[in-house]
Design a protein around this ligand. Sequence first.
Ligand code: SF4
Length: 417
Amino acid sequence: MDLVKTIKEHFSERLEPSTFHSRFFWRTAESLARSPLNRPQWKADRVSLSYFLAITRDAYLGRGPVVWCNLFVPSELVLGLGCIPFYPEMATAVVAAAGMGPRFIDRAAEAGFSPDACSFHRCAIGLALEGFMPEPSALLAVNYPCDSAPLSFAFCGELYGRPQVTVDIPLPGRPGGQALLAQQLEETAGLLAECSGFGGAEVEKGLAKALERSNQALRYLREVEEMRKRDDCTLYGVDAMGGISVLFASMGSQAGADFYRLLAKELRTRGCAGGDSIRLMWMHIKPWFAQGIFSTLAKGGARLVCEEYTHATWEAMDPHDPYNSLAAKLGNHFLVGPVERRATHLASLAEEYRVDGAIHYNHWGCRQSCGGAALVKQALQEKGVPTLILDGDCVDEREYQEGQISTRLEAFLESLR
Ligand code: SF4
């Protein structure tokens, strides 16, 4: 059972903003998720599904202060401060998976937003303008990987009349950069504490707990990564990419730690698939509405063994030094700073996972992915990794040419044999 499609079938007739504020809607969604007909690929997916349903339900039902975040906002900070994180970029992925991206993208166009801007954010703005988003208490963006979130959150902050904060990550290697970032995170924590009413002791305790849970999740995630480096680990890339949301939005929750613990356990039990697949790396994000691309890969005997955004990029953190720890996690990310850092990182990832080839999915309007694609391709090819660049869109299906993409993919796979 595809949960998003089933919910759409149940509610599409009466889909209006009030639907998401109704307890009945959330009870139905939760019981569909628990139903034996909903058989996720991995047991861990049940944990992530119930976590995301719970926080999204709480956000829409106003069960706590809601903080809009872009992907780079460390969820440990928001959860540790007793707030409900809400990720508009993830909401638009769900909307795209339900085939409803164009409706909200067009709404943003009517309001004057350029088609050159990222469709994740155009769709999010359309949803906000139509009243489909949960009302934020505050909006928190990090200025990486791009400026789409700071700009669209600034617009939405005005729309809702709520404070919007952008955390500015200093360039790598800048003297005092980490301390500066830690200070910004501490100031941001002050704003979140005002939203949740947390006092000093609660802040300290909440953050320590969130960082401990995040460290637990990291240990299991590293285990998963080691298994994926082996031949034909049974976790297929398209499923792993569904876990991007877990990696970015559940660190600091018990669900995040449980997700990776269960996934590691199940991978150990299921073992290797065997065979001699073509090992591929996927760069940037996948189109959320189309799965044809992945059937072409499977038919061509290829497996995605690693993806740009599903692996850990940080070290264990000190629960008693949260701001410095989170600053190190954020500031050391390979997307921060010049694009050469990203290219070098991806080239070493390709080596570590012994990939035979790599695919770069160019999301329309994305300065971060399209802008760096040629340089990334060059870095990979210098390491002997053939690289295919595919143009498309992650949210707007009208910008995705299935036939053309399949033909290019088939030819690429043929060249790797
Ligand atoms: S897809 Fe690209 S442009 Fe859009 S938010 Fe992500 S990094 Fe920014």
